[in-house]
Design a protein. Sequence first.
Length: 206
Amino acid sequence: MYRTDLRTVTLDVPPQDVITRDNVSIKVNAVVYFRVVDPDRSVVDVQNFLYATSQIAQTTLRSVCGQAHLDELLSEREKFNFRLQEHIDENTEPWGVKVVSVEVKRVDLAVEMQRSMARQAEAERLRRAKVINAEGEFQAAARLAEAASVMEKNPITIQLRMLQALTQVGTENNHTIIVPLALDLLGALLGRASAGKSVAGDPAKG
């Protein structure tokens, strides 16, 4: 007579050496939750269902993880858990064993691979920063082009912008201030000054 425990069993799968599809060596371990649903078959159809389930879990873990890329294993953990559960349960079903869940616990990389991934992540962050900076410069150049177009159509805006710049400069403690003047404005001022001199020097007009 055999006594069979029908409660859920927690099986710790030891770390397995796996070579992923992109030729990266890793160590993967997992935990399997299963229970006996048919005590007769668990005794008659297999010699030791616990040992057999453990071996199936180890080989399936190596097989499924070896068919995936490293990035997929790291980012799509739930999908691989479900795939492992399906494959192991398919093999243990004839023994009256039902696999409830499979969870990948850890994916360990070699130190060299960890450094390589860190450098890759840093390069990716630098690339994104450069792209964002370039987009910002492009938008700023587009806005400046629009402002130049508006100033070209309305010359008075140039004078207003110059006065605004002078106001900003005047708030700082500067000893020397160079004021740029537009040629048309400078010509108008000189013309008015020469006209005033001619009126002041003519006694008849005075």
